[in-house]
Design a protein around this ligand. Structure first.
Ligand code: ATP
Length: 593
């Protein structure tokens, strides 16, 4: 058992202990039944006192009745232990998983779902079975010792041999089981990735290529599964051989010893009835054994998942005021000497380097720069999806590390280029941002995003189901819904990261007009490639290779003739080329009808 399994068991020790005691009690009932039957048979054949036989028969029935009740109580207790375990683990794991941004979804799902199930069975079934096997078997052996020490000794040795076989099996198979879980995760992740990207695969004619990759991963999974299956079969064979062999041997030996007068008929009959009870708890342990290795194998990735998110995420303990929640008095944003490196990328090169910048409350700031300059990384640090390794970010003079993640995000409304819409109605998707707002507020936000009229002509209006990931909507419609959702959140800081990239000119100008209504009321941070869209910003911050290289209004930066100016010239030239091309195409179309 590894340390992580113990650590997780601490809060549920009472439930596990109760299940274990009830499991031992079941063995005690079986033992009582066997002893009553043995005495009844001895009485029937060798004792003439009918009253004593009736007493054994009544005791047998009583033990049976109690066993039925204890078994039901054990089931209830095991189910309760399992439910509590599952709830606790899900409560810890799901928020952690939701806070991760660099993990393959399939891998997360395949770590959490079977991992939690394995741990649930471990605490609710395996540990009680271990207790039952240790104490229950010892009890039965203790009774057998009282009339036949030799049989008890042989049975004890064989009983000990079974867990030894299990240990050996675990030692051999545990690394293989970890490989199996890894192979499952890798296959599930590739499968989910392929299903989610099926349109892209088809459009690139890359389905065959992907199929080969999936087949390769499935083959590795099959190979790992077969290794485990083979190992498990060998183990089952060895344990059955020891258990059944020991019972047969002790009974045959007992018969011969009775024949030779070494034991009496009472001992032989008792042995016949009790020998099975030695192995019953061990059999039960055997049946739950697979959960032991599954839990042992699952504990490591779950532990890594928990500790990885702890490592990447900031300490969530805020310094709270007397009201219990920390809230900045103003919303000036300051980056001081911020450096950030993404794991395993850029060969350890920081994406942001000693970045210093400040954004005043209610200022409209645009962040521009060449691709890969670190613009989106900057917004991800502000949103606390990631934490800078050096330097600090403050809002209203409060270090973001002192705020809880929900408190930080309550300050911001964000629209990203990639919009995620959930399966459900349009209204459901909008209400995610603000569950309790009125319908009028929802309509107002949709109007700000220029999507209200489109929604109203749909047959079910705001109740229209939009399919998985908004599959029934166009890219621009999804983007406008995302904008409406962000408006609805009504946070003091509004971040748009390439949010208007998939909008046509008309929709973009409506969104620009909406943004203008925020002027002086909200802090606006707009990350954009299309420089024509951010010219009205109060200030443009130009990033290059993770550093702030220029800052100023559009006109100031153009007259400066630096990086912004050359980016702007390049885009203006590209726009002119596009316009000429469009003009020539329409001329050609009109002369060649
Ligand atoms: N989640 C991530 N994991 C690892 N590396 C990342 C991640 N996101 C970005 N990077 C890397 O960080 C660098 C900066 O990326 P970022 O997205 O911040 O740039 P950007 O200026 O927004 O670029 P673009 O204008 O093309 O969107 C890039 O080299 C990119 O490869």
């Amino acid at each position: 058992m590894n340390a992580f399994i113990w650590k997780l068991a601490i809060p549920i020790w009472k439930e596990v202990l109760l299940s274990t005691l009830l499991n031992v009690a079941i063995t005690v009932c079986y033992l009582a039944q066997a002893m009553c039957l043995a005495n009844l048979v001895i009485g029937l054949f060798f004792d003439t006192q009918a009253t004593s036989n009736t007493s054994w028969a009544v005791l047998f029935l009583g033990a049976t009745f109690i066993r039925i009740i204890v078994m039901a109580l054990y089931e209830l207790s095991a189910l309760r232990t399992g439910r509590i375990t599952k709830t606790r683990l899900h409560t810890q794991l799901i928020p952690k998983a939701l806070s991760l941004h660099n993990h393959a979804t399939g891998e997360l799902v395949s770590t959490i779902v079977p991992g939690v199930n394995a741990l649930e069975s471990y605490y609710s079934r395996y540990i009680p079975a271990v207790g039952g096997a240790l104490f229950g078997t010892a009890l039965v052996l203790g009774v057998i010792v009282s009339f036949d020490w030799l049989s008890a000794l042989i049975l004890a040795l064989c009983g000990i041999a079974i867990p030894i076989v299990d240990r050996v099996w675990l030692k051999v198979c545990r690394p293989e089981a970890s490989q199996l879980i890894k192979a499952m995760g890798s296959f599930a992740s590739a499968m989910l990735d392929s299903l989610q990207g099926i349109t892209t695969l088809k459009s690139l004619n890359a389905s065959d290529q992907r199929r080969s990759l999936l087949a390769e991963k499935a083959a590795i999974l099959r190979q790992q599964a077969m290794i485990i299956l083979y190992g498990t079969l060998m183990r089952n064979f060895a344990t059955s051989f020891i258990g059944l062999g020991a019972m047969a041997f002790v009974i045959i030996l007992g018969c011969f010893r009775f024949q030779n007068g070494e034991i009496n008929v009472g001992a032989l009959i008792s042995l016949l009835f009790l020998v099975r009870e030695v192995f019953r708890p061990i059999d039960k342990l055997d049946k739950t054994f697979h959960t032991a290795w599954a839990a042992n194998s699952a504990a490591k990735p779950i532990y890594e998942l928990l500790s990885q998110s702890d490592k990447n995420q900031p300490d969530n303990t805020p310094t709270k005021n007397s009201a219990g929640s920390l809230s900045p008095l103003h919303h000036d944003i300051v980056f001081s000497d911020v450096s950030f490196t993404w794991d395993q990328t850029q060969n350890g090169e920081p994406v942001l380097k000693d970045l210093n910048l400040s954004i005043k409350e209610n200022e409209f700031v645009a962040i521009v720069g060449p691709s890969g300059a670190g613009k989106s990384t900057l917004s991800s640090l502000l949103m606390r999806f990631n934490t800078p390794q050096e330097g600090k970010i403050t809002i209203g003079d409060i270090d973001l590390q002192s705020l809880t993640e929900p408190d930080t995000r309550a300050l911001m409304s964000c629209v990203f280029q990639d919009t995620w819409l959930f399966h459900g109605s349009i209204e459901d998707n909008l209400r995610i941002a603000a569950p309790n707002v009125s319908l009028a507020a929802i309509h107002h936000a949709a109007k700000q995003a220029n999507i209200h009229e489109f929604i109203m002509i749909l047959p079910d209006g705001y109740q229209t189901q939009i399919g998985e990931r908004g599959s029934t909507l166009s890219g621009g419609q999804k983007q406008r819904l995302a904008f409406a959702r962000a408006c609805l959140k009504n946070a003091p800081i509004f971040i748009l990261d390439e949010a208007t990239a998939s909008l046509d000119a008309e929709n973009e100008s409506v969104i620009q007009a909406s943004l203008k209504t925020f002027a002086g009321k909200k802090t606006l941070i707009v990350i954009a490639h299309r420089l024509s869209t951010i010219q009205q910003a109060d200030r443009i911050l130009v990033l290059d290779k993770g550093r702030l290289v220029e800052s100023g209004s559009h006109n100031t930066l153009i007259s400066k003739g630096g990086l912004y100016s050359s980016l702007f010239q390049q885009q203006s030239q590209a726009n002119r080329d596009d316009a000429q091309l469009t003009q020539r195409t329409s001329q050609y179309a009109s002369t060649n009808p």
